[in-house]
Write a protein that binds this ligand. Structure first.
Ligand SMILES: [Zn+2]
Length: 239
């Protein structure tokens, strides 16, 4: 489903880009169309998909964990994902669509304490409105990417120093599309960890991160573009 929608949108972007007019004349319709198609994907991913989950996963509510949250004063639906992943996610930009999704493998492998700790982390994302913030950041970056590309691209292609300018523009667009979202996503991961540590206990939550690292064969230790390393995460909760 995701790849189908993503493919359709990328196809539209390519179609509109290839009909963007000559070097001297860029069609406003193409710019708006391409922006709209990419923004549509961001909206699908952050707004529509979380609502669809309520329908697709309606028979997979994890009531035991919902009661655990309720006992702690929070009401959010928790669902089991069909995917066999050792991971857990918070999703939903709108308050009414906020929910927590637990990977099938994580549910089978993790003990109750680890799952409680990870649920606190996801709750940190929901209570701090991280999804809404990431949605806004991604939308702004997407718009900025297109405005810069369509505005500067044709001028650069016709310049005698085209390769240099293309490299500079490419580098700058990389900052817009990768480094800015990456910075915020990592910052929000740390905030969610700190929320979990405050509510679940520093030592307990440090234990949860270490267990997740073991279950993922060192996956947490390495981190990735959106996740700080285990060392950084443990340091952030020890302060
Ligand atoms: Zn997180």
């Amino acid at each position: 489903m995701d790849s189908l929608i993503c493919g359709l949108i990328i196809g539209t972007v390519f179609y509109l880009s290839s009909h963007a007019g000559s070097k001297d004349h860029i069609s406003i319709k193409s710019i708006i169309g391409s922006c709209f198609a990419l923004l549509l994907y961001v909206v699908y991913d952050f707004v529509i998909k979380p609502i669809l989950y309520s329908i697709i996963l309606r028979k997979r509510r994890l009531l035991y964990f919902e009661d655990y949250l309720k006992d702690n004063g929070f009401i959010y639906p928790i669902y089991q994902l069909n995917e066999k992943v050792i991971n857990i996610y918070a999703t939903g930009v709108l308050d009414s669509s906020k929910k927590i999704l637990v990977g099938k493998d994580l549910l089978e492998l993790a003990d109750i304490d680890t799952l409680h700790g990870l649920i606190w982390h996801e709750l940190g994302h929901l209570k701090n409105n991280h999804l809404c913030k990431v949605f806004i950041i991604n939308s702004i970056c997407t718009l900025l990417y297109f405005i810069l590309w369509f505005k500067l691209g044709p001028k650069i292609y016709s310049s005698p120093c085209a390769p240099l300018f293309v490299a500079l523009l490419g580098g700058f667009l990389g900052v817009v599309m990768v480094i800015i979202p990456e910075y915020f996503r990592k910052k929000y991961e740390i905030q969610a960890d700190q929320f979990a540590a405050q509510n679940f206990g520093k030592n307990n939550y440090a234990g949860v991160l270490n267990k997740l690292n073991e279950m993922t064969n060192g996956g947490v230790e390495k981190g990735n573009v959106y996740y700080p390393t285990l060392k950084e995460r443990l340091a952030a909760i020890s302060n």
